[in-house]
Design a binder for this molecule. Structure first.
Ligand code: RIB
Ligand code: CA
Length: 313
């Protein structure tokens, strides 16, 4: 079976890094390119971090593109309080030696979708949706060419993690999210309702460290750093591995359950900016536009993660 072609759009971020590593460790997937977006930290850092992660996986062949430095219509909000100043705080990391690809990320997304047959390329955004929305605005002809968008973002039962109402990726660029959610492209949404059930534990982090590889050591150090925020805020035992849930879904969809519902994005109110208004109970006549995930088999998720990451250097 030919590997599924994906573009990962990302704002590394420790959890983004684990998602990228999982994708690069999985032969079922072909990472056609990685596009960086401003989010957890500013763009110069997210694009650098994406290259660091590719080098850690021994994959300097992967093309990394820099994209939007800021949201479509608002100032950038970052999350150093969660990810640290570098965005990959935890271990000490050497600067990357692989170079950044020359084109703009948005042009890469557009050209890749135009060059491949319809339905062959899946977009996996795991940061703010600015790059993806800009690509859809610039080239509406690609809308019918995208196989699926599998994104990390939003929340319903879990409500917000950056404000009482909104999850970070959607909060940073709600206008971009509204464009994506209204595009008509098949959408699968890994919201906080799922990712907050994908928590690291001491045993799970020890399993990473126990791999005895550089990748295992890095992932353990990243999750040790990354879990502080959620432990303090939610009193949870460990860090929610948000972004790898998208890749795990592509590899083993049976680990997840959800509902096909309507999801709209709040862009007008400052109080609830970026809220994903998810019609989970189908109380409106708004047509379903997203497969909104609600549960995860977390043991199965961590088994998959640990088994796959163990093949990396
Ligand atoms: O709210 C969680 C999301 O925001 C994740 O993608 C994390 O990396 C941050 O970008
Ligand atoms: Ca992210």
């Amino acid at each position: 079976m030919n590997p599924r072609k994906i573009i990962i759009d990302t704002d590394p971020g420790q959890d983004d890094a684990v998602a990228i590593l999982l994708a690069l460790a999985s032969p079922e997937l072909e990472v056609v390119g990685i596009t960086a977006v401003a989010g957890n930290v500013p763009l110069p850092l997210t694009e650098k971090n994406a290259r660091i992660v590719c080098e850690l996986a021994g994959r300097t062949d992967i093309r990394v593109f820099a994209g939007a430095e800021k949201p479509l219509a608002r100032p950038l909000v970052t999350a150093e309080h969660v990810h640290g100043k570098t965005g990959l705080d935890g271990p000490v990391l050497a600067d990357p030696t692989m170079t950044l690809a020359a084109s703009h990320a948005v042009d890469f997304i557009v050209e890749t979708l135009r060059q491949h047959p319809e339905g062959e390329v899946t977009l996996v955004p795991i940061g703010p949706l600015t790059n993806v929305a800009m690509a859809l605005q610039k080239a509406p002809d690609i809308i019918g060419r995208v196989a699926e968008i599998v994104l990390m973002g939003g929340a319903y039962f879990e409500v917000g993690n950056i404000t009482p109402a909104a999850e970070f990726n959607i909060f940073v660029d709600p206008e971009a999210a509204a464009i994506v959610f209204r595009s008509g492209i098949p959408l699968t949404v890994m919201s906080l309702d799922v990712t907050h059930k994908a928590l690291t534990t001491r045993a799970r982090v020890d399993a990473f460290r126990g791999m005895g590889t550089e990748t295992g050591r890095m992932v353990a150090a990243w999750t040790d750093f990354f879990e502080r925020f959620d432990k303090e805020k939610y009193g949870s035992e460990g860090a929610p591995l948000h972004d790898p849930c998208t890749i795990a879904y592509l590899l083993r969809p049976e680990l997840f359950t959800g509902r096909r519902i309507n999801v709209e994005i709040e862009t007008g109110s400052e109080l609830t900016r970026g809220m994903t208004v998810a019609d989970w109970w189908r109380v409106t006549d708004r047509s379903p536009n997203a497969m909104f995930m609600g549960t995860i088999d977390d043991d199965g998720f961590f088994d998959l993660l640990t088994t796959r990451l163990a093949v990396l250097p």
